[in-house]
Design a protein around this ligand. Sequence first.
Ligand code: BYC
Length: 336
Amino acid sequence: MYTQSFSVPDEGRPAATAIASVEPPDKMARFDACIDADGRIEPQDWMPEAYRKTLVRQISQHAHSEIVGMLPEGNWISRAPSLKRKAILIAKVQDEAGHGLYLYSAAETLGTSRAQMLEALHSGRAKYSSIFNYPTLSWADVGVIGWLVDGAAIMNQVPLCRCSYGPYARAMVRVCKEESFHQRQGYEALLVMMRGTEAQRAMVQDAVNRWWWKCLAMFGPPDSDSPHSAQGMRWGIKRVSNDELRQKFVDATVPQAQVLGVTLPDPELRWNEARGHHDFGAIDWDEFWATVNGHGPCNQERLATRVQAHRNGQWVRDAALAHARKQQQRSMKEAA
Ligand code: BYC
């Protein structure tokens, strides 16, 4: 439903002017020229420390979101209503794990270790997407997460396929292809429910009511309150602003909701002919920040589950390491 055609050209992207820094001017000039020419920065290339830090922050937060994002839906694997739905959900949750791994690998190319990133997540220092701190109360939530949460994720991630940092951009190409399947499966599951009983339709509407506003907030604070946007855009990390992506998401979702037969829970939502976009109501940013800062309904539960899962996996990591050592010793013996 969403494709790379949602990506937009970069006209109007501010030129990379040198940031106030202690970086060597000649290297900085080469870096800026590469960014201005819409080139790609690769791991072996010189880059300013602030660019590296920004990427580690964003990519590791993104990786954490994928891994924590497995939990709300994972809760429903054992309760999926049919074998077909269970198989689809298992595949989707596995895909999210894969996305986390590509992203941790991309962040590792910037000189930070996976252990460091996981420690930051498990200690509560690192952020992950606000959206995964809400409960999944019914089977319809699984469909709505596919349709709306993955829909919002694709809207945000398609422009990242052209991020100036090569490994991140390449990881995003594959992630977006898989997310597209995730969104379709969610929408299709909801279509089936909407053609079912009155109780099923009510369940879908209830799930839409609970997730809609959280999905709009997922794009991040308004541009006017987004401390990282200007620099991220200048460096070609972010290509489209938080507010622009949010608007694109609303415009794309309204007709999908009509086809589905659900009402989006916003009395102020209406087409604005003059703007050529839908107007929509105010997002509760206090609630968003409370959730981002650890006080959402499921923050504690998500983090505790994640930490426990990591502990439970210790024997697998130990076994894999022992196996790798054995293989290495064997090949050294053969070579001797
Ligand atoms: N939740 O200046 P801003 C998925 C933070 S996974 C929490 O606009 P930036 C999926 C932001 O980090 C989806 N925190 O920052 C997986 C910053 O905090 P710090 C994840 C948020 O970086 C499984 C502060 O607010 N996608 O879809 O320019 C199943 C100021 O924000 C949020 C990505 O991570 C939020 N929603 O822009 C299903 C995409 N929003 O670091 C689905 C990659 C903002 O100063 N990331 N914050 O402490 C991005 O595109 C950008 O980092 C953001 C934020 C648009 C999220």
